[in-house]
Ligand binder design. Structure first.
Ligand SMILES: [Zn+2]
Length: 423
């Protein structure tokens, strides 16, 4: 069989299964796998497992036994399907998370209905990212229906908790040896960047608290104390007037979208201080105030530099404001990551996008992190990108949806890329 005939067969097999793919996506949306707290994970993993096994895969359920969030009430259950070809390598792993954020307000359709209307499928997870997971699984099935068995191996996983860091999900699969450089060559995470975009990586994160210590006193005699809240006020102004312009002057070469996110950023996530609640008056000078910051950084900045720069601003304010006292406490950090330049994975997907969508792929990078960090850091697999249907801008929004045509064509793109890499 010529290459062109093989491609046509696979594309036809995906198209012929359009209704089946759509029904599978809808059945995933109908399970409200809301995180937090992480509901119905077992039910959803079992539904995916049944389907993968009906599609000829060996299926394993992987529970995150050692994680504190894995509880009898809310078990963290992941599912992995595998087809081995003539050889174990190369091995491509397609991953999607099946947890979704809570629906929130403002829906005009049932967020867990999986309704199809005017060529779009609706519901929480329609974009982020049950469509992507269904498309990835069906891509593999379409290859099988076309009569091919891969020369390498192919895996599909459905994982939990991406929305809360992925520690019991992809990170657990990496630590438990399901996703490792010893076994895995390529990873596609089918996050909703859209059918014509390949996401090659993401920016870094540095989350930290600054704690101001003041001196308590009666609120009627503030001169006897020192307000930690006022000190934090000065610090916040310094962050805005000194650090923010500096950050705005830096631009990454990484193609982060939206364009504004190509520059580093800092956000004040929260401020805590003073009386315990609105309704409980306590006439005191606040002796403690805590601010949580979320600093996003570009690959051109190192985490050490990022931390030092923050510490310098804090130290400068401490010097200028006599009597003020600040302490920095790190919460967590994630380094920026990106697939290597010229990765065979990126070029296989680009070729497939050209063939299926008739356009050049747009390479993008994500302003926020997703499970790619675990794949590169823990598993040590660098050839990892995100590719999947669904408009990114509808993720986490009311009336979240995905175009049915995008669902089908992105399954076609994934199928062709898999065929090229391990066919
Ligand atoms: Zn997602």
């Amino acid at each position: 069989m010529t290459h062109a005939v093989a491609i046509d067969r696979v594309l036809t097999a995906v198209e012929a299964g359009r209704d089946e793919l759509l029904a599978f996506t809808a059945s995933l949306i109908r399970i409200p796998t809301v995180n937090p707290p992480g509901q119905y994970y077992r039910e959803c993993a079992e539904l995916i497992g049944e389907r993968l096994s009906a599609w000829g895969m060996d299926v394993e359920f992987v529970e995150a036994q050692n994680r504190p969030e894995h509880t009898p009430e809310h078990p963290r259950v992941n599912v992995v399907g595998r087809i081995e070809g003539m050889a174990l390598r190369p091995c491509i792993h397609l991953n999607g998370h099946f947890d979704v954020v809570p629906p929130g307000e403002g829906w005009r359709v049932d967020p867990f209905g999986g309704e199809v209307r005017d060529g779009r499928i609706y519901g929480r997870g329609a974009s982020d990212m049950k469509s992507g997971l269904a498309a990835a699984a069906f891509a593999i099935e379409a290859i099988r229906r076309s009569g091919f068995s891969p020369s390498g191996s192919v895996e599909v996983s459905g994982t939990v908790d991406e929305e809360s860091g992925g520690y019991a999900g992809v990170a657990h699969l990496c630590k438990a040896g399901y996703l490792t450089a010893q076994r895995t060559d390529y990873v596609i995470i089918s996050e909703p960047f859209g059918p014509e975009r390949i996401c090659i990586g993401h920016r870094g994160v540095y989350w930290f608290d600054v704690i101001a210590e003041g001196r308590v006193a009666h609120g009627s005699m503030p001169h006897l104390g020192r307000s930690a809240i006022s000190d934090i006020g000065v610090l916040l102004y310094a962050i805005r007037s000194r650090l923010e312009p500096e950050l705005a002057s830096r631009v990454s070469v990484m193609p982060v979208v939206p364009e504004e996110a190509r520059r580093p950023s800092i956000n004040v996530n929260a401020v805590w201080g003073g009386q315990v609640s609105e309704n409980q008056q306590s006439p005191c000078v606040a002796d403690r105030c805590v601010v949580t910051f979320d600093r996003r950084f570009i690959p051109e900045e190192s985490l050490d530099e990022v931390r030092r720069e923050v510490a310098e601003v804090v130290a400068a304010v401490e010097q200028e404001e006599e009597g003020s006292s600040f302490r920095i406490e790190d919460r967590m950090s994630v380094l920026p990551t990106r697939a290597p330049e010229g990765s065979p994975l990126t070029s296989a997907l680009s070729t497939a996008i050209r063939r299926v969508r008739g356009c050049e792929a747009e390479l993008v990078a994500s302003p926020g992190t997703y499970d790619q960090k675990h794949v590169s850091r823990i598993a040590g697999v660098d050839h990892c990108v995100a590719y999947g249907p669904g408009p990114l801008k509808e993720a986490h929004q009311p009336d979240e949806s995905c175009a049915v045509d995008d669902l089908v064509t992105s399954a076609q793109v994934m199928a062709l890329a898999v065929l090229e890499l391990v066919g």
